[in-house]
Design a protein around this ligand. Structure first.
Ligand SMILES: [Zn+2]
Ligand SMILES: [Zn+2]
Length: 393
């Protein structure tokens, strides 16, 4: 185990300042103008070899060559910049100043740690090859990673591997974990519109009631995971919205259902969707209503860690933090992550870093743990030096 470089430990105060500033000014997906501008300005200030902004909306790439200059292998480190539509309830001095918007997933910390790594590596350049520092927009449901890819990211900056890191409440501070295979679930959203014909509640025979049809549909959808999907395959289908009606004595003309589908396998995801479409069509026929399903909301593939890259990151962690602080394997979660879009293109590995005993992610009392930031920077720095070994002076 090598000690964490003094210059990284000495960054702690500055990292906390950057992080708390991002925290005060959270921005939702694709609106990360201020955050992206700060990121680009800092990267420039560190003396990177290139900074490109506006990729996939508000995405930023910093390019840093090692001692040998351009050429050689390239890897990409990725952070996410967006916040969530949550009213913050931490009461902290650095709480959000943007009402109804909050960094409740720690992307302020992720952005800060990657900036810290860029600063350190730009100063030392103790590697050979090229590092792309990727700051992506809209991780929280907006598929910002896909937007960057659609904007030609990997045509201009083609890494041989991509790495991600997420803070994890409940994992002790100072601890890291990595697993190979499925880490996070495929996630897709759906909207279902049921159109019947409304009328007087006292004359249901003159209507086609979308509420009754919707209630049957919700029940029927529950049988997909319990009766159709292989029980050895994890899957979730949750109906999270059911909106209809506005009076005691009126049967409404339409109803809206919405929800999410999660699994670790693209085939299972497709199977669920086919079954949903069948249930929608057959329920429509049975109740004499129209049912439309819209899945236009950017499905996320499952996040699958490459086994070789998982071995590699585990070795980086053990070397940097000691065996006692590194865990191989952790339970997968049904949460989704759009890092999956990058990891589908090139081998990838997404690891987790302990946030200590904090409120959970997406909770109004959550806060990123500033003490974790120098550790995250040390992980990134060692990873680069080990992935792209150069002449050590
Ligand atoms: Zn999140
Ligand atoms: Zn997140």
């Amino acid at each position: 185990m090598k000690p964490i470089p003094n210059s990284i430990a000495a960054q702690a105060g500055e990292l906390a300042e950057w992080r708390q500033d991002f925290h005060r000014h959270p921005e939702l997906g694709y609106q990360e103008q201020r955050t992206a501008a700060k990121v680009a300005e800092r990267l420039d200030g560190f003396g990177l070899d290139g900074v490109e902004t506006g990729i996939g909306g508000t995405g930023v790439i910093g390019v840093l060559h090692g001692r040998g200059g351009p050429g050689g292998a390239a890897i990409m480190l990725r952070a996410d910049m967006d916040a969530l539509p949550i009213e913050e309830a931490t009461g902290l001095p650095h709480a959000s100043t943007n009402p109804g918007t909050m960094h409740a997933c720690g992307h302020d910390g992720h952005t800060t740690m990657l900036l810290g790594a860029a600063k350190y590596l730009a100063g030392t350049r103790n590697f050979d090859g090229t590092v792309y520092f990727c700051f992506q927009p809209a991780e929280e449901g907006g598929a910002g990673a896909k937007a960057m890819l659609d904007d030609g990211l990997f045509e201009r900056y083609r890494p041989r591997a991509v790495y991600g890191m997420h803070n994890w409440p409940g994992l002790p501070l100072g601890r890291f974990a990595v697993k190979d295979g499925p880490v996070l679930a495929a996630a897709s959203q759906f909207d279902i519109t049921i159109t019947g014909s409304g009328g007087h509640a006292a004359a249901p025979h003159e209507t086609r009631d979308p509420i009754v049809a919707g209630a049957h549909l919700v029940t029927a959808l529950q049988t997909i995971v319990s009766r159709i999907v292989d029980p050895l395959q994890p899957a979730v289908l949750s109906v999270t919205r059911f909106e209809a009606g506005s009076a005691y004595n009126v049967i409404p003309g339409s109803a809206l259902l919405a929800g999410t589908i999660r699994s670790f396998d693209d085939d299972v995801q497709r199977q669920i969707i086919v079954e949903m479409e069948r249930h929608c069509a057959q329920t429509a026929a049975a109740f004499g209503v129209e049912i439309e399903i819209d899945r236009g909301c950017k499905p996320y593939p499952p996040t699958l860690n490459d086994a070789t890259q998982a071995d590699f990151t585990e070795a980086v962690m053990r070397e940097t933090f000691g065996d006692a602080n590194v865990q191989r394997g952790h339970p997968p979660t049904m949460a989704g992550e759009d890092f999956s879009f990058f990891a589908r293109e090139v081998p990838g590995c997404y690891v987790i870093i302990g946030n200590g005993d904090s409120a959970p992610l997406h909770h109004p009392a959550y806060d990123f743990n500033d003490e974790a930031a120098p550790l995250g920077v040390a992980y990134w720095a060692r990873l680069v030096e080990k992935a792209l070994p150069g002449e050590v002076a």
